[in-house]
Design a protein around this ligand. Structure first.
Ligand SMILES: *[C@@H]1O[C@H](CO)[C@@H](O)[C@H](O)[C@H]1NC(C)=O
Ligand SMILES: *[C@@H]1O[C@H](CO)[C@@H](O)[C@H](O)[C@H]1NC(C)=O
Ligand SMILES: *[C@@H]1O[C@H](CO)[C@@H](O)[C@H](O)[C@H]1NC(C)=O
Ligand SMILES: *[C@@H]1O[C@H](CO)[C@@H](O)[C@H](O)[C@H]1NC(C)=O
Ligand SMILES: *[C@@H]1O[C@H](CO)[C@@H](O)[C@H](O)[C@H]1NC(C)=O
Ligand SMILES: *[C@@H]1O[C@H](CO)[C@@H](O)[C@H](O)[C@H]1NC(C)=O
Ligand SMILES: *[C@@H]1O[C@H](CO)[C@@H](O)[C@H](O)[C@H]1NC(C)=O
Ligand SMILES: *[C@@H]1O[C@H](CO)[C@@H](O)[C@H](O)[C@H]1NC(C)=O
Ligand SMILES: *[C@@H]1O[C@H](CO)[C@@H](O)[C@H](O)[C@H]1NC(C)=O
Length: 456
């Protein structure tokens, strides 16, 4: 399994080139995508104010999964404290030794706020709180794409109502990826009373806009795509080294600190020591366990397989399989974005939820898929249940053809990140005389091959 360094570099370069094309903060599929943080001051408290902080995920297809978001900022004067917080908490209290009696919730100059876990007592909750930091994408569920908490800030140094805005906001998920603007005072929010008959107004409102850059989140790709079609028994695998290069080392190596371990973070799935028991230690850094993958040629934690399954007179059918090769991670609320010209005549998705990404963006060839609640909305850790699949049906576009790889998508994203596609010249090709397709025998052979492909 020796793979040249040059090949690794080539794949990495293609991946970065793809990103640069789509990036620098601009996402052609979701040009308006952002997470907006809004502070509404609703009361003066003498030494400070009470504010309702709302974080809204306007991104169409990017969500924040467990262990959840961490919102940070820097107080403008060095003295502010957080007296109290409802619906969230800070990770550290900091040095409150100057206080006697009632202690502040947090005295740090750079507080870091995390969500509460579901099920906290009612008096510690606010609307839209307490989901363990999970924030759904706007398309998957606008209702759970908002998080909010209440904060009472004291020691602002002002007897009057002048506020120096907090600075240098950050969102960690919990890793990097988001960059936030500075806070900007905007028109005061108007609140509608529960009866819907009275309107109240915030005393002051400011917002911060945060946007995602894939290169900040990770250097290499995290998913890859493989192709097959009913008319050709070749399965086009993921690109070699799409996410990393494998080593020929078959001993299980378990990293304990997530440090770079020279590519040796995979285990051979046929190793007699399996199954492994993972070690979970309780700590305050909210980090995921280090990824632990089955060794593959592409070393991607997630593989998406696109199989052109059937060609009817007016329709054609594709089977999509998403396989998790990471034995240390479940993907909750996963989503998949795919771009193909025939999505404008999309007909049905049998086991995934589906929405076109047309109404909001400038394209009409892009779709988002995600799991059906309680059925396949969790992509389980690698193993027998570590995959989800659905068949999808298109009504044939006028441009429909099985030739030249037309039936394969041009872009695939898993959980908002670009997946490495096979090179265009590797598509399964039609037999030289397509009229001589012996469908029955081929189909049986391919079903067997397809089952094998799923296991890899
Ligand atoms: C954030 O996204 C929303 C929804 O797409 C959009 O209306 C808003 O203008 C965006 N905010 C900024 C500051 O770009
Ligand atoms: C409010 O306090 C700040 C800082 O103490 C001061 O600069 C400002 O002039 C005061 N504003 C009013 C209206 O008193
Ligand atoms: C905010 O970040 C900028 C740039 O990193 C830095 O110059 C500035 O001092 C920071 N502000 C505070 C209050 O820490
Ligand atoms: C790995 O590959 C190197 C170079 O080909 C070889 O020397 C070494 O014996 C191999 N190790 C194993 C465990 O196969
Ligand atoms: C799990 O980690 C703890 C602390 O690092 C260590 O003492 C323990 O031996 C580990 N257990 C296993 C099964 O590796
Ligand atoms: C994934 O979810 C299953 C079922 O909820 C659970 O048993 C398993 O421990 C989880 N795995 C990880 C790595 O969190
Ligand atoms: C395909 O979609 C386009 C645009 O939505 C529509 O005009 C056309 O009639 C559709 N074609 C078929 C065959 O359904
Ligand atoms: C879909 O997009 C293509 C290319 O931008 C355009 O030519 C076509 O008219 C669009 N169709 C619809 C129904 O919006
Ligand atoms: C299947 O596709 C592969 C890859 O494009 C090609 O090399 C092969 O000739 C095709 N097989 C048949 C039977 O046409």
């Amino acid at each position: 399994m020796m793979i040249s360094k040059a090949h690794c570099l080539a794949v990495a370069f293609v991946f970065l080139a793809t990103l640069q094309h789509a990036d620098a903060g601009y996402d052609p599929i979701d040009p308006e995508g952002n997470i907006t943080i809004k502070w509404d001051v609703v009361e003066w408290t003498g030494d400070g104010y009470r504010a309702i902080v709302t974080m809204s995920n306007w991104q169409l297809y990017r969500h924040i999964q467990a262990p959840g978001w961490i919102m940070g900022w820097t107080w403008a004067t060095k003295k502010e404290v957080i007296w109290n917080m409802v619906g969230a908490e800070t990770r550290e209290q900091g040095d409150c030794s100057k206080f006697t009696g009632n202690l502040p919730h947090c005295c740090k100059r750079t507080p870091e706020v995390i969500d509460l876990l579901p099920g906290v007592p009612y008096n510690q909750q606010t609307a839209n709180c307490c989901r363990g930091g999970v924030l759904s994408s706007y398309m998957q569920d606008p209702k759970t794409s908002v998080a909010s908490f209440q904060v009472i800030v004291g020691n602002t140094g002002n007897k009057n109502t002048t506020i120096k805005l907090p600075q240098n906001f950050t969102i960690m998920t919990p890793g990097p990826g988001y960059t936030c603007s500075s806070a900007k005072v905007v028109p005061k929010t108007k609140f509608l009373s529960p009866s819907g008959r009275r309107i109240t107004e915030a005393f002051m409102t400011w917002t911060v806009k945060c946007s995602y850059t894939e290169q900040l989140a990770h250097k290499a790709a995290t998913c890859c795509v493989s192709f097959s079609a009913f008319y050709n028994e070749t399965i086009v695998p993921c690109e070699k080294c799409a996410c990393d290069c494998p080593t020929n080392n078959t001993t299980p190596i378990i990293t304990t600190n997530g440090a770079d371990t020279n590519n040796q973070r995979c285990i051979n799935r046929f190793d007699p020591h399996l199954p492994l028991t993972l070690n979970s230690t309780k700590n305050n850094n909210l980090q995921q366990q280090p990824d632990m993958l089955y060794c593959t040629n592409d070393m991607c934690p997630v593989k998406i397989h696109w199989h052109i399954k059937l060609n009817y007179q007016e329709y054609w059918r594709v089977k999509i399989t998403i396989t998790n090769r990471d034995i240390s991670r479940n993907y909750t609320l996963w989503n998949l974005v795919a771009r193909h010209p025939n999505f404008k005549n999309f007909t049905e998705s049998f086991s995934f939820s589906y929405k076109p990404l047309t109404a909001y963006g400038p394209t009409n060839d892009t779709a988002i898929f995600w799991g059906v609640k309680y059925y396949n909305d969790m992509l389980m850790q690698a193993g027998p249940s570590g995959n989800v699949q659905s068949e999808i049906l298109f009504r044939k576009d006028s441009a429909f053809t099985l030739a030249n790889g037309w039936g394969f998508p041009s872009h695939v994203l898993f959980n908002g990140d670009h997946c490495v596609l096979p090179h265009a010249d590797h598509y399964p090709t039609l037999p030289s005389s397509s009229s001589t397709l012996r469908a029955a025998t081929t189909t049986i052979a391919l079903l067997v091959l397809f089952a094998v492909a799923l296991l890899i």
